[in-house]
Design a protein around this ligand. Structure first.
Ligand code: PMV
Length: 330
C-alpha cells in the first residue's frame, strides 16, 4: 500500500489554453497540444494508504501543501479510492528536484508522479492510458508528462471517449534543450486553472482554434524530420497567439514583464545576427523557455544571463517518462 514514482515536467510546443464548461467527462481541453518532456525538472512522490488517517495528508518540499494543491490532490486520490475500492486515506509527500524553488510549473511533473505512485500503491493498472484521467483531475498538462520525449494530447472526440495522449517520438529521437530564463519566482496572480475558464471571453479564441489544425501538423512534421527552424517558427507563432488570447480575454491576463520582451529580442538577435538556432515559447507566466540544440546551449545561456531582469537560466534536456522508485521519501 506504499509506492514512490518520479516524473518530469514538460514544455508545450502547441499550448493547451481553454476548457469546455459543464462537461461530465472531467476536464475537456478546447484544443490539441504538443509538448516535450523535460529531464532534470522532475518530481518524486511517495503515496501510502494508512487506515488510521481521517483525511489525505499532503506535503510538498517538506511543507504542508497549500489549500488549492490539497484540493487537487484530494480529487485525484478520491478517484483512485473509487477505482480500487479502497476506503483508507493516504499520506502523500512530494519533492521537486528543480534547480530552483519555483519558476517552472511543478504541477505537470507533480500530478504525473502522483498518479503513477497512487496507482501502484492501490494496485491499479499503471498503463499511462489509464492514468490520463487521474492526472487531468490535478492539472491538464500533467497528462503529457506520462510519456517521455514528444507527446500529443488530443481532446476527446464525439461520444464518450476520454482524452487521448500518445508519444509522437521518444526522447532519443531528437535531443533538444529547453533553457528556461527565470525572470520571476512569484506565484502567478491568476492560476492557469482560472485562466482556462476565461479563454472563451477573448474575441481571438475562434481564430486560434481554427488555425491550430495546421500548426499541429507543421509541428509534428518538424519533430518527425528534426527540423529546428520549422519547429521554432511554429512554436513562436503559437505562443504569441495564445498570449494574444490571454491578453484579450475579460478580465485581461497579461503574464509578461518588461524582461519577457527583452529575452524575446535577445533570442531574435541571436538568430538574425549570429545565426544561432534558438526559439522562444512562454507559458502562463513571465519566464521565457528557449529551445535550442545541445551544442548551442552554452552560447545561448551566456547571452540570456546578460539580459537585464534574468535571474537564472535552467538547462532542461528532452526527458524520459515517469518511473517507479525503490527509495521512498518517508
Ligand atoms: O495544466 P495547466 O492547467 O497548468 O495549464 C497549462 C497551460 C500552459 O502551460 C499555458 C500551456 C500548456 O499547454 O502547458
Amino acid at each position: 500500500m506504499k509506492a514512490t514514482a518520479n516524473a518530469g515536467s514538460n514544455i508545450a510546443f502547441v499550448k493547451y489554453w481553454g476548457v469546455r464548461r459543464g462537461e461530465r467527462r472531467g476536464l475537456v481541453p478546447l484544443n490539441p497540444s504538443v509538448s516535450m518532456t523535460l529531464e532534470k525538472a522532475r518530481t518524486t512522490t511517495t503515496v501510502e494508504f494508512l487506515p488510521g488517517l481521517k483525511q489525505d495528508v499532503c506535503k510538498i518540499n517538506n511543507r504542508p501543501a497549500p489549500p488549492d494543491a490539497v484540493a487537487r490532490v484530494h480529487r485525484v486520490m478520491s478517484r483512485v479510492r473509487r477505482l480500487a475500492r479502497l476506503k483508507a486515506f493516504a499520506r502523500i509527500e512530494s519533492v521537486n528536484h528543480f534547480p530552483t524553488s519555483a519558476g517552472i510549473a511543478s504541477s505537470a511533473s507533480g500530478f504525473a508522479a502522483l498518479a503513477l505512485a497512487a496507482a501502484r500503491a492501490a494496485g491499479l493498472t499503471e498503463d499511462p492510458k489509464h492514468l490520463v484521467p487521474l492526472t487531468i483531475l490535478g492539472s491538464g498538462s500533467a497528462c503529457r508528462s506520462l510519456y517521455g520525449g514528444y507527446v500529443l494530447w488530443s481532446p476527446p472526440g464525439k461520444g464518450r471517449a476520454p482524452s487521448r495522449v500518445r508519444q509522437l517520438a521518444p526522447e532519443g529521437h531528437w535531443p533538444l534543450v529547453d533553457l528556461v530564463a527565470i525572470l520571476s519566482r512569484e506565484q502567478k496572480r491568476v492560476p492557469s486553472e482560472q485562466g482556462h475558464l476565461l479563454a472563451r471571453t477573448s474575441p481571438l479564441l475562434e481564430g486560434r482554434l481554427q488555425s491550430l489544425g495546421k500548426i499541429v501538423s507543421k509541428i509534428r512534421k518538424a519533430i518527425r524530420e528534426r527540423d529546428l527552424s520549422a519547429l521554432g517558427e511554429w512554436i513562436e507563432a503559437d505562443a504569441l497567439c495564445m498570449h494574444a488570447v490571454m491578453m484579450t480575454s475579460r478580465p485581461s491576463l497579461l503574464y509578461w514583464k518588461p524582461a519577457t520582451l527583452a529575452v524575446i529580442e535577445a533570442v531574435r538577435d541571436l538568430r538574425d545576427r549570429k545565426g544561432i538556432p534558438c526559439y522562444f515559447t512562454i507559458d502562463a507566466g513571465p519566464n521565457v523557455h528557449v529551445i535550442t540544440l545541445p551544442d548551442q546551449a552554452a552560447a545561448v545561456t551566456r547571452v540570456l544571463k546578460r539580459v537585464e531582469g534574468v535571474e537564472e537560466v535552467l538547462h532542461c534536456p528532452t526527458g524520459r517518462g515517469p518511473s517507479i522508485d525503490e527509495e521512498p521519501l518517508f
